[in-house]
Design a protein around this ligand. Structure first.
Ligand SMILES: Nc1nc2c(ncn2[C@@H]2O[C@H](COP(=O)(O)OP(=O)(O)OP(=O)(O)O)[C@@H](O)[C@H]2O)c(=O)[nH]1
Ligand SMILES: [Mg+2]
Length: 357
């Protein structure tokens, strides 16, 4: 499944650009190492190991953005990487989902209120997150419930790209099987990840070929390492094991180079456009229609109050009329009584007169 709206693959822009990436995944899957490998610098400091007496304390999730200026073949990139340490550490992860979702929506809210200002703030920074790399543990089985839940809940708000952390723990055969199973799970649960959308009818052959190759690599197998080792006289970034070296920048060993190029060169524009034209637009429409609904709820509330007051007024008037009618009836009866007494007096006077005559 892909997002219903897809946009053409754009090539690099020379003047430089800003891009924001979020990394989420269980503890220890290599997020910090990946960020530092991606930027080729120690952007995120290494985490100190917890003291044994503190190991049981659940700190909860933290959301930490780091901004770094990169130079990619002369193209300036202001890259913000948002790390999410503590994800999945708690027994109940509901709080984690809400925190991440809240962060993503807050960035949309900020731009929404900026758009509706009469005078624009020139220093306003658009912090919308353009892609989320979701780190899957290299279990060799299939997706866990927390993976499915996170991707399902966040996919309406962000381009999700699934990756396998520490993929050197799997043999090439195991990795291929695992990738296949993960994609089957994603399809089964209808999770709309970012799958390098293309249209063979509309797009040029180069785009179709490039995107279908990237799609076939999903979920990207990652290896992270900041140190350099020497292999056959060459200095490479790689993990040295007694039996050999796994190289970060070797496409035979992992998909790091392909993913890096897609994120920072060939597909950043597509990711940004989908974020703006589709994900943000949906959020904006939902939010604005929610506030119109509550306004019309208010309006109908006002109407209800109005008719309630009218009814009260009507009842009061009715009561007054009834009182008036009763009083008139009472006075009428009194007058009739008076009249009858007067008639009786008149009759007895007449009778007395007749006797006198
Ligand atoms: N085998 C292997 N180990 C890795 C890889 N990447 C990182 N590691 C090691 O795994 C351990 C944890 O890596 P981190 O980068 O700190 O992982 P993290 O996801 O940031 O961990 P937290 O921030 O604690 O959640 C470190 O000892 C790394 O050297 C990898 O690709 N393969
Ligand atoms: Mg870390």
């Amino acid at each position: 499944m892909s997002h219903p709206r897809r946009l053409g693959n754009r090539k690099n822009v020379k003047k430089g650009f800003q891009f924001t990436l979020m990394v989420v995944g269980a503890s220890g899957l290599g997020r910090t190492t990946f960020i530092n490998t991606l930027c080729d610098a120690e952007v995120v400091p290494k985490r100190e190991c917890d003291e044994p007496e503190m190991a049981h304390i659940e700190e909860g999730i933290k959301i930490k953005p780091y901004t770094v200026e990169l130079d990619e073949d002369g193209v300036k990139i202001s890259l913000t990487v948002v790390d999410t340490p503590g994800f999945g550490d708690m027994i109940d992860n509901e709080y984690c989902f809400q925190e991440i979702l809240g962060y993503l929506e807050q960035q949309y809210d900020d731009i929404l209120s900026e758009e509706s200002r009469i005078k624009r703030n020139r220093r306003f920074r658009d912090n919308r997150v353009h892609a989320l790399l979701y780190f899957i543990a290299p279990t060799g089985h299939s997706l866990r419930e927390i993976d499915i839940e996170l991707m399902k809940r966040l996919s309406p708000r962000i381009n999700i790209i699934p990756v396998i952390g520490k993929s050197d723990s799997l043999t090439p055969g195991e990795l291929a099987d695992f990738k296949k199973r993960v994609m089957e799970d994603i399809a089964h649960h209808k999770i709309p990840i970012y799958n390098f959308p293309y249209d063979p009818e509309e797009d040029d052959d180069e785009t179709v070929e490039e995107n279908s190759e990237l799609r076939s690599l999903l979920p990207f197998a990652l290896i992270g390492c900041e140190e350099e080792v020497t292999v056959n006289g060459r200095k490479v970034r790689g993990r040295q094991y007694p039996w050999g070296v796994v190289e970060v920048d070797n496409p035979q060993h992992c998909d790091f180079v392909k993913l890096r190029y897609a994120l920072l060169s060939s597909h950043f524009q597509d990711l940004k456009e989908i974020t703006h034209d589709y994900l943000y637009e949906n959020y904006r429409t939902e939010k604005l229609s929610r506030s119109t609904d509550s306004a019309s709820d208010n309006e109908s509330g006002e109407e209800d109050e109005h008719s309630r007051l009218k009814e009260e007024q009507f009842k009061k008037e009715e009561g007054k009329l009834k009182e008036m009618e009763d009083r008139v009836q009472r006075e009428l009866k009194e007058k009739q009584q008076e009249l009858w007494t007067k008639e009786q007096q008149l009759m007895s006077l007449e009778a007395a007169q007749v006797q006198v005559q």
